[in-house]
Design a protein around this ligand. Structure first.
Ligand code: NAP
Length: 259
């Protein structure tokens, strides 16, 4: 399928690895020029070089912490107007409800709610002026069904979801389409970190931790960054103009909900 976005320009945040990289790869395959971002310059430059070599698109890499005002200012100064915005950042650490402080909540809100909102606020006006834009926010299955030990994520991402629900309907008349992608478990460093926590908490090895998790997923496996990226590219495509303010689960059926 031709996604109809060859020659468009995208900012993909937190994209040297994992789901962000999966989105960047799929957009590059569709012919989209990219601005990539992550904190670690070495992995970011390596990813940028690999995508340039594989897909022949222009790739600019900006090493910065997207969750800080300074980092965002650096990215926004370099990026210029973009047609497609993919928001992403690392997820908050797991823990227990009774341990989290105000500072923990502020950090989670900054990273997983206020950062995507700031990026949309900065970049959507130019999309509106041009009458075309796409925003895909990477959130989590935790907005559909809470993951108890990820209370910081449950809270911050649900706040973003509420914001998007209203805002997506305000910008759609101008050709700007905003949706959220909700990952369940995917085979990335984040999943390894979460599973390492399980091995320590339960005194089991990694294979056992993964097998235990897979048994709870109807698809009986972890998702891949490539599958995730393909859905992101579709939501960024010309074909997605009638999909507005939706929360699309990619979780192998793990979240037991009817809608
Ligand atoms: P990952 O494999 O750990 O990759 C994270 C990427 O984001 C890396 O490129 C990392 O590079 C970059 N990054 C992290 N913090 C950043 C920051 N403050 N500023 C700029 N770049 C940053 O993680 P992932 O699995 O792709 O997860 C992506 C998001 O989806 C996370 O919010 C995660 O919580 C959420 N999620 C993931 C899963 C899953 O199973 N994988 C499930 C549900 C939700 P640097 O470290 O160099 O900055």
């Amino acid at each position: 399928m031709d996604l109809g976005i060859r020659g468009k320009r995208a900012l993909v945040c937190a994209s040297s690895k994992g789901l962000g990289r999966g989105c960047a790869e799929a957009l590059a395959e569709a012919g989209v020029d990219l601005v990539l971002n992550a904190r670690g310059a070495e992995a970011l430059e390596a990813t940028a070089a690999a995508i340039r070599a594989a897909h022949g698109v222009q790739v600019t890499a900006i090493a910065a912490d997207i969750t800080t005002e300074d980092g965002r200012a650096q990215v926004l100064a370099a990026v210029g107007p973009v047609d497609i915005l993919v928001t992403n950042a690392g997820g908050p650490p797991p823990g227990l409800w009774s341990d989290w402080t105000r500072d923990d909540f502020i950090r989670a809100l900054d990273a997983n709610m206020l950062t995507p909102i700031a990026l949309m606020t900065a970049l959507m006006p130019a999309m509106i002026d041009r009458g075309w834009g796409r925003v895909v926010n990477i959130t989590s299955q935790s907005v559909k069904g809470p993951i108890a030990q990820l209370g910081l994520s449950n809270a911050a991402r649900t706040g973003l979801t509420g914001y998007v629900a209203g805002t997506a309907r305000q910008v759609a008349p101008f050709g700007v389409i905003v949706n959220n992608l909700l990952p369940g478990i995917h085979d990335t460093d984040r999943a390894t970190a979460l599973d390492t926590g399980v091995t320590k908490a339960q005194g089991i090895d990694m294979d056992a931790a993964r097998a235990q998790r897979m048994a709870t997923i109807p698809a009986r496996r972890y998702g891949t960054a490539a599958e995730f990226g393909a859905m992101c590219a579709f939501l960024a495509s010309q074909h997605a103009g009638f999909i507005v303010g939706q929360n699309i689960l990619l979780d192998g059926g793990a979240t037991n909900v009817t809608m």
